[in-house]
Design a protein around this ligand. Sequence first.
Ligand SMILES: Cc1cc2nc3c(=O)[nH]c(=O)nc-3n(C[C@H](O)[C@H](O)[C@H](O)COP(=O)(O)OP(=O)(O)OC[C@H]3O[C@@H](n4cnc5c(N)ncnc54)[C@H](O)[C@@H]3O)c2cc1C
Length: 307
Amino acid sequence: MNENQQILNEIFLRNKVKGKYKFDYNLSKHSWFGVGGNAEIFYIPSSFDELQLVLTAKAEDIDVSVIGLGSNIIIRDGGIAGLVIRLGNEFSNIYHDKNMVFAGAAVQDKILSKYCLKNSIIGFEFYSGIPGSVGGATCMNAGCFGSETKDIFIKAKCLSNQGEPIEMNYSEELFSYRKNNFLDKHIVCEVQFNKEIGDPLIINKRIVEINDQRKETQPQKVMTAGSTFKNPFDRSELKAWQLIDKAGLREYELNGVSFSEKHANFIVNRQKDSANLIEDFGENIKKEVKSRLGIELEWEIKILGNR
Ligand SMILES: Cc1cc2nc3c(=O)[nH]c(=O)nc-3n(C[C@H](O)[C@H](O)[C@H](O)COP(=O)(O)OP(=O)(O)OC[C@H]3O[C@@H](n4cnc5c(N)ncnc54)[C@H](O)[C@@H]3O)c2cc1C
């Protein structure tokens, strides 16, 4: 065990932590790409209080990262230094009161969408097609087919990397396209959403439409992380996939990494050797689009860890 691992091990033992923790734990199964390096310290907290205690006790210079369901990340082959947190069952409650829907950060977007359908709550239909968690959606302002997380978000209960409780309230500036402008060194633990009652038949119809459209336009059952690059709307009228297509890069392949035949902005990974290769593929695409069309693409996928 190295020094950081010893520090955390002592904190876990001293506080009789009930959560799960592992050292030098391979994260490949926590990324939809199925590849990636190790977490120096991997921790699934058993409660909000326990997570707060661990974060407060750890030395400030130990890095903290959080992963959700891994549907929007590349975890580099060199792994992630410090403490890597993944929220589990203890952060998976959903309930509602008169005005709001409450969801733990580990709740799957699809499950939240189903819950809302069951309770005739409108506005969560778009979540039926997003394979991430509520925490990931809050970090990414996840959205599709004209709706985004910011449309239903009220506030989130968070912890800073040092264990301070922080409430993140909705404001105009909080979210932008596929981005949360506040979330940096914070862990989202629970989110409160707007509750509006609607007609379950209309809600269900919208869910069916979204899922039909998705099946038609996106690859299914492959190792991908959704849209690779953001649509550069401020620089081009074309979407990222259209720019890739126009630059003649749709068929580009790098040792088992290529774009989906169905969607030229979805990377499909067909190899098991390296996450860095996926990053290299994306960087090559960025470079070529810039040199052929003069437009800079920006990663939508989050790249975590060391090369
Ligand atoms: C097939 C497919 C289709 C997709 N379609 C869409 C789509 O239509 N629209 C869309 O927006 N996205 C889409 N995505 C991308 C992805 O599903 C979303 O971005 C999703 O919100 C990511 O959630 P996650 O739990 O998987 O987060 P992860 O991928 O694990 O993490 C993403 C980011 O969120 C952060 N994060 C995760 N949990 C927390 C937390 N509790 N607190 C703080 N930060 C946290 C991570 O640090 C990381 O920076 C798609 C992905 C796939 C594979």
